[in-house]
Design a protein around this ligand. Structure first.
Ligand code: NAD
Length: 350
């Protein structure tokens, strides 16, 4: 397949780009390169003849249409987004613009392109929206999200992704655009921008700084290794049933404080300076309206497409910690651009 991947210079998008090229697909990476993008994430495939890069904003109708016409993709995998909840508390309009308007622009360009396709390309075309489990809101101590869970987003980030999901389904139902959707739990792994929990903890600990844990650290997240997510996404875009949604999860639920302690224990083994790292754990003011728990029931994806996660959390964290320890230049590059993993999003909830 020739896949137009949006957001392919970001954390998950770049994992999909690398995996798609390794699997023999052609890739067009459409990315505007915001603060969280990094072309180093795709440096390993940049010279592959099956890879092309287009620096473009998904909100720019003319550019997006031009890219469809130039590359003539067989499918679109849409990951470009503003992705950090804390940022969405400080600047929600950017999230509405990119995640909602950008998705609408992309859908319209995809629709016009798809309508003019000859068969059999027209029937085979797919528009895959990569979304989050945060659209479902928060769980209490029990239960899991499924494809039938009603939407109840909390943060502007989650609401903007929910809006994008609704648009994608509407384009499927109203215009017949062949869409598929996935809602995934929290990802971790190499190349994740150090504003999300796991890379923030690792990079700040390596720098001997305090390790912030929001509130009492009792919130629960279901962690999925990014390579497992990339594999699931390529499976869904290739074999997912038309119009269907698939929940993707890691079956690895942990309280945030447990994850932070696991990382500290790994760091003690491979980065002897500043041990024991857990001494630097500092409980800080909680995120406003912090969702208590997310958990995913991914049994539909397992039953219908045979996918289940391969990387267990302890092993994945060990590999991720080692990657950050061995790739300090990657972190340095980000620090030189002025990002120091400082706290964002401390706004009053009422
Ligand atoms: P990221 O912030 O690392 O990457 C986002 C990418 O999108 C960046 O390369 C950025 O330059 C690009 N982008 C942003 N605005 C753009 C625009 N207007 N035009 C073109 N490109 C633009 O995010 P991520 O963690 O890799 O997340 C990727 C996708 O997966 C998002 O849609 C996110 O909602 C979804 N998702 C993320 C997680 C997670 O745990 N990180 C979980 C489930 C779903």
């Amino acid at each position: 397949m020739k896949i137009l991947i949006t957001g392919g210079a970001g954390f998950i998008g770049s994992a999909v780009v690398r995996r798609a090229i390794a699997d023999g697909h052609e890739v067009v990476n459409l990315d505007v390169l915001t603060y969280s993008a990094n072309l180093e994430n795709v440096a390993g495939v940049a010279n592959d003849p099956r890879y092309a890069f287009e620096q473009a904003d998904i909100c720019d109708q003319a550019r997006v249409r031009e890219i469809f016409a130039k590359h003539r993709p067989d499918a679109v995998m849409h990951l470009a987004a503003e992705s950090h909840v804390d940022r969405s508390l400080e600047g929600p309009i950017d999230f509405v613009r990119t995640n909602i308007m950008g998705t609408a622009v992309l859908l319209e360009a995809a629709r016009d392109y798809w309508m003019a396709l000859p068969e059999p390309q027209k029937s085979a075309f797919r528009f895959h929206h990569v979304s989050t489990d945060e659209v479902f809101g928060a769980l209490g101590e029990d239960g899991e999200f499924t494809e039938e869970t009603p939407y109840d987003p909390t943060s502007p980030y989650a609401a903007s992704k929910a809006g994008a999901d609704h648009l994608v389904r509407a384009w499927g139902r109203t215009f017949g655009l062949p869409v598929v959707l996935t809602n995934c739990s929290n990802n971790y792994g190499p190349f994740q921008f150090p504003e999300k929990l796991i890379p923030t903890v690792i990079t700040r600990a390596l720098e001997g700084k305090s390790i912030p844990v929001y509130g009492d650290g009792r919130q629960v997240r279901d962690w999925l290794h990014v390579d497992d997510h990339a594999e699931a996404l390529l499976l869904v875009i290739g074999k997912g049933a038309l119009g269907e949604t698939y929940c993707i999860g890691g079956d690895s639920s942990r309280r945030n404080i447990e994850v932070v302690r696991m990382i500290c224990a790994e760091l003690d083994k491979v980065a002897p300076a500043n041990t024991p790292h857990a001494e630097k754990i500092t409980f800080v003011t909680d995120r406003p309206a912090h969702d208590f728990r997310y958990a995913i029931d991914a049994s539909k994806l397992e039953r219908e497409l045979g996918w289940s996660p391969r990387v267990a959390l302890p092993e994945g964290l060990e590999q991720t910690v080692r990657w950050y320890v061995e790739n300090r230049d990657w972190i340095e590059g980000i620090r030189e651009r002025g990002f120091h993993s400082e706290r964002l999003g401390l706004v009053k909830a009422s």
